[in-house]
Design a protein around this ligand. Sequence first.
Ligand SMILES: [Zn+2]
Length: 221
Amino acid sequence: MTTILREEKVCALCGKISEHSEIGSTNAFGSPDLDTRPPEMKRSTIGMWIQACPFCGYCAPNISGIIERAAEVVRSDSYQQQLNDPEFPKLANAFLCFSQLQEFAGNFAGAGWASVYAAWVCDDAGFEMAARKCRLSAVNLWQKAKEKGQRFAEQAGAEEAILVDLLRRAGQFELALKICEDGLKKSPEKTIINILQYQKRLINNADAGRHTVAEAIKGKR
Ligand SMILES: [Zn+2]
């Protein structure tokens, strides 16, 4: 089961106190999605992965900690606009704001992951166009991460496997297929080979839906 703690947090930017839920403990049974989204119960704890200060709008996994340049970015028009963007669910806006903060701090790998989490929130809320935008934004941020030599996944071929899923689910089948081939060239371990080959089948079927790692291993069509 998941245990939830209520904690009072002092915002590192404005110094005001607000109450937030934090995960005491949780579990994950079953297979993750191809984009690494965990199964239940961890899956449903996503609302507790990010905190938003109700006073100044600072968004971070822990608003008592500071991120480089955060004071400047949080005051910017683009941040404030993202914070209240009606095109996205509120929780997705919080992740996208955190993504902006990390981007300005030069952490493109982390910024990409925050955009992926925003996409998951959009999926759950049925915001299809918004989910697509979040995925493509993650692809762009990870492109920058690669240019800066920042890793966003450890194993050989794992970065390609995640990028392929983002592109496929955003309907960018041609580019997804090319990145599948790039990943296979890196001689990844068997699970990643299975995932990339499964992705190729999904792409050839123009399937932009959610699928799991377990399906890829079974080779389910
Ligand atoms: Zn604040």
